[in-house]
Design a protein around this ligand. Structure first.
Ligand code: PRP
Length: 209
């Protein structure tokens, strides 16, 4: 028999909902729930193997075909722009990209080139290019909200879910950019070679979201 279908799951925020979905389908996710420090976990009744990875790595593994499928946020998909099929909007992990700035400080206006801090430089570049606006982008790895507070930047482009992080740091949304949610992605070769199994899995997913 073939090796199990391998699915890469994004660790952290999306993990609980993804495991919840697999359990709703009826798969036994005990090994995933009791994973300890293990990173490759069997879901035997689903003939699946779960790989837990960071969002960017989910895309890398699926693109290279070492994982057949992946669950990852649309934010990461837009930033990385890899080659794979994006097949299902899973409907959880809902948030949005927004441009934000210090409360009361208008981001637009004035003649100086604005500086924008973000973990997502490609999305930010595309967004301001589409507006025909020249901005300087500073890549930050975590807690982007710090950049305007430290006056490194005029604004940030980041994920907003509840809005609490902005609020607690005296920032506000200037404009929404695009909604985000978790997606199921599939490697292009796997889709051909293991079409039947993947289609069966997709059907189970679609019936349970
Ligand atoms: C994200 C994002 C914001 C926060 C927004 O960071 O970068 O900081 O969540 O959520 P809220 O609107 O509900 O407050 P995350 O917690 O994923 O951590 P990260 O900085 O490691 O990406």
């Amino acid at each position: 028999m073939d090796r199990p279908l391998r699915i890469a799951l994004t660790k952290g925020r999306l993990e609980k909902d993804t495991v919840g979905l697999l359990e709703k389908i009826g798969f036994d996710c005990t090994a995933v729930r009791e994973k300890g420090r293990k990173l490759i976990l069997p879901v035997p009744d689903g003939h699946l193997e779960v790989v837990l990875a960071k969002a960017n790595d989910v895309i890398t593994y699926v693109e290279h075909g070492v994982c057949d499928m992946g669950v990852v946020g649309k934010d990461t998909i837009m930033e990385m722009e890899g080659k794979f099929f994006e097949l299902v909007d899973l409907g959880f992990g809902k948030c949005r990209f927004a441009l934000a700035a210090k409360k009361g400080s208008p981001f637009y206006g004035g003649y100086n080139v604005k500086t924008v801090a973000t973990k997502y430089p490609n999305i930010t570049r595309n967004y301001f290019e589409s507006k025909g606006m020249d901005v300087e982008i500073v890549k930050i790895e975590g807690s982007v909200e710090l950049a305007p507070l430290l006056e490194l930047s005029d604004g940030i482009v980041d994920i907003v879910e509840t809005g609490t992080t902005l609020k607690e740091n005296g920032l506000e949304v200037i404009e929404d950019i695009v909604p985000v949610s978790a997606r199921l992605i599939v490697n292009m070769v796997s889709m051909k070679l293991r079409q039947k199994e993947i289609e069966n899995f997709l059907e189970l997913v679609e019936n349970n979201i």
